[in-house]
Design a protein around this ligand. Structure first.
Ligand code: ARG
Length: 462
């Protein structure tokens, strides 16, 4: 393609380090779409003839279907997807193929292709996270009244509802989707027609190609257009945060399903056995979701490092943008689909959850709040009194609601039997009605609102 001033072919090791077809072949659909838009524009502008443009489009369609059905031979000697497609085009339609690359360079071509690819990826991820939210909100509604221990420092803190806990991840996923949507908005500008770096002397219409490819507008600076990889970095950053959310949830599933904890069970569908220990039921899928986060964060890190020393405009270093990013997006896509499956699958042990919710004096705050509310005690003093009562219960080895009233009255004589009403875990969660709180009626309303909102979205992936 560029052999005019070259006498020799590349050294084998040169070919090995230079070749990108194994990775950028995944851009074939975007590459062909962008080439068709470019060719049509060249014809409209009178830069190539209408009949050449027609043959080019026909040839490109043939290539698209050849690749689609696995009937295309990718050649490493042709380096990348752009030259593989162009070379096949010239086999199919002859010299007219050579006119396609007028007013274009592989630099704006690859930037365009990869923007289209990342845009498609964002749309797929968005649908997958929507399905994840739907599964979470459905289970949250089902478990609006299921009481479980809430933790801080992984120590039993206060009772919460399982539905409330699941809805926390719906909120995180909403912010993740928001970050992807923001990245999509910013990336949706067309580099095509920036050519190698300086633009072109041909009377091209960049608005037309931008429109044809559903970009909002052409990028305004040709140097920026061919050398920017913010769009990958930003999408990877959003992906890394989303992966971290999934990883935290995966870690919770690992903890909950441990026999030491036993709050949740996963079915055969999302566990594996041990080859030696017949009793085992391992949460492999959750563990792998947790682990795949490393790939996503790694890809972001790697590309930041690739980019940080690059002068304008295109540098071959940038070819390294695709492999890590594609793997990261695939890992995230798999992770979110696996988490969705686990959310649908997991079976909370409601009785065990309720028992655990009452362990560790989880309603101590409710006792302190009762003292404040009923006896008008300052909260600090109530905290102190409650602490002494908890100490007493611990000494006798009983739960707060099992401690005789007389024992409580030894610490604070004004306590009455009415206090018993707030010491159960059910009463505790029911009382948390502040906006965003864990009360079952809040959870039911929030879950329903989410389901309604999600049902309005296109069904894809649910
Ligand atoms: N394979 C290249 C990449 O992914 C395409 C652009 C090559 N441009 C060039 N001037 N060699 O970055």
């Amino acid at each position: 393609m560029w052999g005019g001033r070259f006498k020799d072919g590349p050294d084998a090791i040169m070919e090995e380090i230079n070749v990108s077809i194994d990775v950028d072949r995944h851009l074939y659909a975007q590459d062909i779409t962008a080439s068709k838009a470019h060719a049509a524009m060249l014809a409209t502008q009178g830069i190539i003839t209408a009949s050449d443009a027609k043959n080019i489009a026909k040839g490109l369609d043939t290539i698209l279907s050849e690749i689609g059905k696995g009937a295309f031979t990718f050649k490493r000697a042709l380096e990348d997807i752009h030259m593989n497609v162009e070379s096949r085009l010239s086999e199919l339609i002859g010299p007219a193929a050579g006119r396609l690359h007028t007013a274009r360079s592989r630099n704006d071509q690859v930037a365009t292709d990869f923007r289209l690819y990342v845009r498609d990826t964002i749309d797929e991820l968005d649908a997958a996270f929507g399905a994840f939210q739907y599964a979470l909100a459905s289970r949250a509604l089902e478990h609006a009244d299921t009481v479980m221990p809430g933790f801080t420092h992984l120590q039993t803190a206060q009772p919460v509802t399982f539905g409330h806990h699941l809805l926390a991840y719906v909120e995180m996923a909403a912010r993740d989707r928001g970050r992807f949507a923001d990245a999509r908005k910013r990336l949706n500008e067309s580099p095509l027609g920036s050519a190698a770096l300086a633009g072109t002397s041909f009377p091209i219409d960049r608005q037309a190609t931008a429109r044809a490819l559903q970009f909002d507008r052409p990028m305004a600076n040709s140097l920026d257009a061919v050398s920017d990889r913010d769009f990958v970095l930003e999408t990877l950053a959003a992906a890394a945060i989303a992966a971290v959310h999934l990883s935290r949830f995966a870690e919770e599933i690992v903890i909950w399903t441990s026999p030491l904890v036993g709050l949740v069970k996963l079915s055969d569908k999302f566990t594996s056995g041990s080859s030696i220990m017949p009793q085992k039921r391992n949460p492999d899928a959750a563990e792998l979701v947790r682990a795949k986060t490393g790939r996503v964060i790694g890809a972001l890190n790697a590309l930041l490092i690739v980019m940080k020393g690059l002068p304008l405009a295109y540098q071959k270093d940038m070819q390294e943008d695709k492999e890590g990013a594609m793997q990261a997006f695939a890992a995230l896509s798999l992770a979110v689909r696996a988490m969705t499956g686990m959310v649908r699958d997991l079976a909370p042990d409601a009785a065990r959850m309720k028992l655990a919710a009452g362990e560790g004096y989880a309603t101590a705050t409710d006792l302190a709040d009762w003292l404040v509310r009923t006896l008008k005690m300052p909260f600090r003093e109530a905290h102190h009194v409650t602490g002494r009562i908890v100490g007493l219960a611990a000494k006798q080895g009983v739960a707060l609601h099992e401690l005789p009233l007389a024992a409580m009255q030894e610490v604070e004589p004004r306590i009455t039997r009415a206090v018993m009403d707030v010491l159960s875990v059910d009463a505790s969660v029911k009382s948390r009605t502040s906006f965003g709180g864990t009360a079952p009626k809040n959870v039911r309303a929030q879950a329903k609102a989410w389901l309604k909102r999600l049902e309005k979205e296109p069904k894809s992936g649910r």
